[in-house]
Design a protein around this ligand. Structure first.
Ligand SMILES: O=c1ccn([C@@H]2O[C@H](COP(=O)(O)O)[C@@H](O)[C@H]2O)c(=O)[nH]1
Length: 270
């Protein structure tokens, strides 16, 4: 999917919501554990109930890898289900990969070609040759960790390197890489006060913004400082939506939470 198609979806649905599919078998409704594939059964119900309210889904691969081959199969079924039934939805593999060049190429093939995701999150710290193999894929997007939502972001990312904060170096330097137009960036909702300066460096790029809901970030602040003319934001909420209920009504409860966020987004877009 191109960024232009993503922007069209945002305008059509009046939503820039990304729903995080972080499935934890200890948190899903217990009746689903009787299913052959409880992870997929959970995701399918959530997706069917919320697809009209969001423009993206973001399974975090850790929640699938933790269940071994069963988990990986559930991830594959989930992405296939979205691509087949809701092809207008942008998909993000939140896998935070990145390695020496030939290894990164394999990661890129795994997520873009084999699984068929539109995008994957990548850590920037091994540098240009670890990221460019992801950028080589046409109409696929590499979402580089810039300023993350967690407290540990202050350990390195905001520290000065040659007089400039490391996250700013990441933003600036990555713009010079081959196929940099395929880049998007992760900025945590808990770091909204940094967004004005971030937008000065990357005015046009899409930002994936996790950290509203369970982590306490503010949707309003993110939009105030981070929105550009094309909107340019994908706001993620995972636990706040998918675990709204652990009873039989879990999918409807998730849709209610998603609707609340979508309604706020619609108001902001007016
Ligand atoms: O800086 C980051 C980067 C990624 N994440 C991921 O986003 C979701 C957030 O889940 P919530 O339940 O809405 O808090 C999760 O998959 C994280 O690994 C992030 O939170 N911050």
């Amino acid at each position: 999917m191109t960024t232009q198609q993503l922007t069209e979806q945002i305008k059509k649905k009046k939503s820039f919501l990304c729903i995080g599919l972080d499935v934890d078998l200890t948190k899903i409704p217990q009746h689903l554990l009787k299913e052959d594939d409880p992870i997929f059964a959970f995701n399918k119900a959530i997706i069917d109930a919320t697809h009209h309210l969001c423009v993206a889904y973001k399974p975090n691969s850790a929640f699938y890898e933790a269940y071994g081959i069963r988990g990986w199969k559930a991830l594959e079924k989930t992405i296939n289900y979205i691509n087949t039934n809701y092809p207008e939805i942008f998909t993000i593999a939140d896998a935070k990969r990145g390695d020496i060049g030939n290894t990164s190429s394999m990661y890129a093939k795994a997520f873009f070609e084999d699984l068929g995701f539109d995008s994957v999150t990548v850590a920037p710290y091994m540098g240009k040759d670890s990221v460019e193999p992801f950028l080589a894929f046409e109409n696929k997007h590499t979402i580089l960790l810039a300023l993350t939502s967690n407290q540990g972001a202050f350990d390195f990312q905001t520290k000065s390197l040659e007089g400039k904060e490391l996250y700013k170096q990441v933003l600036q330097t990555s713009k010079t890489w081959k196929n940099a137009n395929n880049l998007m960036y992760v900025v945590g909702a808990t770091k909204a006060e940094y967004l004005t300066e971030i937008r000065q460096i990357i005015p046009d790029s899409f930002l994936l913004v996790p950290g509203v809901g369970a982590q306490g970030g503010s949707l309003l602040d993110v939009c105030k400082y981070g929105m550009n003319e094309q909107v340019g934001l994908l706001i993620n909420s995972s636990r706040g939506i998918i675990y709204a209920s652990n009873q039989e009504d879990f999918a409807q409860a998730a849709a209610i939470k998603a609707k609340e966020l979508q309604r706020d987004m619609e108001t902001i877009l007016k």
